[in-house]
Design a protein around this ligand. Structure first.
Ligand code: Z5A
Length: 206
């Protein structure tokens, strides 16, 4: 059986994660691995329903704690229904955002104590952690400009720039504290250059 691998992609708005999912997946499939792409919040039927609640810009009164609990409710379903079975069958799981986003957005962004997030992480994940986390790092203003060229703003995209600056700082701090798991990618470069950075990082796993 192939060796499984759990890869998560993180970063601020518009950092380019979603644009690079197919590329990362192809690197593995070309090398003969089986890879699946998934995302959070979401990744299952129930998780996508929860995602709709979380991103709906009409839900202006959603409490930060409710937001956090919904993230972990979706995550629990995602882990049991998708992530664990895929890893158990030796697949490469490529996930657009995971628990580092809860620390960055609900912790850094909203101000929830990280000990509370840690409690949920321990309960829901029971030790499951990504093997590699690619942090797509980018100047917040550049990211928002990129993201702003798309459709209507969702509930998160309506936050001010300071919210996203706190998120970026939190991600960088986590990357610094867990340097064995995190790899930082300079997303301010061209797409071609970003692909080269990714290829270099993942080479040893292909
Ligand atoms: N969230 C949370 O709060 N807590 C949690 O625990 C979890 C998530 C798991 C999910 O929304 C929201 O949930 C997210 C965090 C929160 N909210 N925010 N903000 P989402 O999935 O819709 O949002 P996102 O993850 O931030 O996706 P995004 O904005 O699409 O960012 P991206 O995937 O990193 O960017 P992209 O779509 O690939 O690229 C954006 C644009 O830039 C696009 O037009 C590209 O063509 C362009 N691009 C990409 N790379 C480049 C380069 N290198 N040069 C030039 N242009 C580029």
């Amino acid at each position: 059986m192939q060796k499984s691998l759990f890869i998560t992609l993180e970063g601020v708005e518009g950092a380019g994660k979603s644009s690079l999912m197919d590329y990362i997946s192809e690197l593995f499939t070309r090398a003969g691995h089986q890879a699946i792409q998934t995302r959070e919040p979401g990744g299952t039927k129930t998780g996508e329903q929860i995602r709709d609640i979380l991103l709906d810009s009409n839900n202006i009164s959603l409490e930060s704690s409710t937001e956090l609990l919904l993230m972990f409710a979706a995550r629990m379903q995602h882990i049991e229904e998708v992530i664990k079975p895929a890893l158990a069958s030796g697949q490469i799981v490529i996930c657009d955002r995971f628990t580092d986003a809860s620390y960055a957005y609900q912790g850094g962004g909203r101000g929830i104590e990280s000990s509370r997030i840690q409690t949920l992480e321990d309960w829901v994940q029971e030790g499951l952690k990504p093997d590699i986390t690619l942090l797509f790092d980018l100047d917040v203003e550049v990211g928002l400009r990129r993201a702003g060229k798309r459709s209507q703003a969702d509930r998160f995209e309506q936050e001010d720039i300071l919210f996203f600056e706190r998120i970026r700082s939190c991600y960088l701090e986590r990357a610094n504290n867990e340097s064995a798991r995190f790899r930082i990618i300079d997303s301010g470069e061209s797409l071609e250059n970003v692909k080269q950075q990714i290829q270099k990082i993942l080479q040893e796993y292909l």
